[in-house]
Design a protein around this ligand. Sequence first.
Ligand SMILES: [Zn+2]
Length: 493
Amino acid sequence: MKIFYASLIQETNTFCPQKTDLALFERGYVLRGEEIPRHLAGTNTEIGGFLSYFSEHPADLVPAVACWGVACGKVEDAAFAQLSGEILDALEAQLPVDGVLLALHGAMVSESCDDCEGVLLERVRDLVGADVPVVTTLDYHANLTEKMVVQADAMVGFRTYPHVDFAQTGRRAALILDRLLHGMKRPVPIFRKLPLIVPVEAAETGQGVSGEVIAALGHMDRDPDLVSASLFCAQPWLDIEEMGVSLLFYLQPEAPDQKKWKETADALALSIFQQREAFFQTYPSLAEAVGRLPAFRRPVIFVDSGDITTAGGLGDSTETLRALLGCSQQAALSIVSPKAVAQAFSVGLWGEGEITVGGDQDYGYNRDVTVHAKVLALSQDRSQVTGEAFSGVAVNTGRRAHLLVDGHIHVVAAEYASLMYDPQFLRDLGVEPAEMDVIVQKSHKLFRSAYASIAKEIVILDTPGFTDLNIQRLPYARVPRPIYPLDEIVPFE
Ligand SMILES: [Zn+2]
């Protein structure tokens, strides 16, 4: 059996004005051909899962292109054309194939296309024809579209948030493809879209409403009539026409009671919608949290929720830095500021001087602040992720500098945003997180596994930015209306 596989993964935040270009993917990874198994076999990635499954169930695997880029603004049309074109050219060159496995995010938007995954799947379908199975993985934050559902034979989503089941999801997709290649008929999709946008904070899979749904899906897995079932919470920073939380079941076509499953999907969708208010919580302001700093157990983690670099924040907000300047606690924070990095390199190691942090672009909350700082470390090296999410991935944030500000704030400044949440990101430059009173994270959840033994408390802050957790504060113009919470009255049955 000849199985073609590829990945094209990026979560787009349409509120972020900085476009995603090819260079952003290259700072993540763009792997071709045999580079793919060489770099991704054994990793906790979706492709790592494909490879793990097929090492136990031998098949002729054809690696094409694997791309991953950190979340940012809309993908430049040229970058999407280039990367999707490489995948399609590689597929065309390999035809005929028996099956196709794709690792996708599900929330990729380009300058001219709201549904990059749907378009890619449509083009893959055009090449392979109706009878070759096409199976994909998707992120829990995918925004499902009709086109994606029509074009793919099956799509399976992560069951964890904070995400840790990348490889496991890859294995589930590989198993479905393998079954399709060995006689299973194309499953029947049951797709339900809810008129609902949810902030990511209260949509964890281990608790709350989303936790209950994920547990229910886990029970359903035991039913042989069901091929797969996923909840897609859709990351909220997408101002596009087909936006909303989704449920997606796949049924065996010969399952005797199709009606029962449709009713199950309807009931689950209704139950989520009826409990919608549980997704909306209030969080302390920066001023409140800083005021209570001496009372927290140390180290406390402050989540700068408006500026999350893994969700489309640019990592350059100076709000927390400015608030901490007035305190005396030992603090560590990572921040994107190419200007500050350049100044630190020109001041030199052990030098001190006035350094301007932030304000490389001005969106208000990231206005620049000039500090007196001592340069304690400089680095041109990549950082290694040690926690469960993206474990082992080498992170390229360009050059970095450790600036000690006012003798108590350790700023790790970087040139580009990426995965900046791991304790190793600080340790590389000589900052020991366990010795801090407060650590600012520009990450929602991904830091948690690596910080489990370090963090004594975690405080989510209501801070501004492109990843604002306050949905009503964001300038949505294109999402379907009515939709909760932008509209109070939303008919849904
Ligand atoms: Zn996600």
